[in-house]
Design a protein around this ligand. Sequence first.
Ligand SMILES: C[S@@+](CC[C@H](N)C(=O)[O-])C[C@H]1O[C@@H](n2cnc3c(N)ncnc32)[C@H](O)[C@@H]1O
Length: 215
Amino acid sequence: MPTEEYAGYREVVSESFRSWYGQQRDSWTGTDTNARVTEFVLGTAPAQEAGRRRTVLDVGCGRGLQTVALADQLSADVVGLDLLDVWDAPAPERGLVRHRQGDFLSFTAEPMDLLVDNGCLHHQRQEDWPGWVRHGHSLLRPGGVWAVSTFLSPHGETVAHPLDDGRLNWWVTEEALRGLFEPAGFEFRERTEIDRDFQYEGHWLKYLALSFTRR
Ligand SMILES: C[S@@+](CC[C@H](N)C(=O)[O-])C[C@H]1O[C@@H](n2cnc3c(N)ncnc32)[C@H](O)[C@@H]1O
């Protein structure tokens, strides 16, 4: 059950992203690096079972471009969930897309085949990560897959880089992510690193994408 502190931080995150989208500063939308995450997801998604479309949750979907790419390329039934209503993606040519506004921890659905978290977990408070992963576990069917992409720590430590408005950007290690998912009922599946071609405080930054199968 979300606490008052959780709700307070939710407001911080909403206001921060509202302002970034409002000023067209959402430099992550529609990038080549997102196309690489999509490729990773397509390669790690569970196989389609005969007679039904795969079901997917894209948590923190933002404007929805990747949600639509997943529907098109997996011919899947995809829900794009975000705290904000900034959705402006075109309709998919294949599959089905639905947009929902709300917080991940309050989202419920029938167990799904695939959960995609591209750039959402690393904005949450660290104390909320175990509950985040537990909740995702409850949304996946056994054998379902969670693909998660985060800022990769360039120096081997998991550290927060808070913005002036209070929103957290976590630089995360693979060890920390695996240490979060594996004890929570997930088996490690695949990994990739994605260059961001972006230097900050002397580090060339990358994304780390991992996938896990729900036991
Ligand atoms: C860095 S953006 C990534 C957007 C999208 N996945 C993409 O790659 O274009 C992170 C998104 O997560 C959303 N978000 C953050 N916390 C969330 C939460 N608890 N529940 C749902 N969405 C959340 C934000 O509103 C924002 O749109």
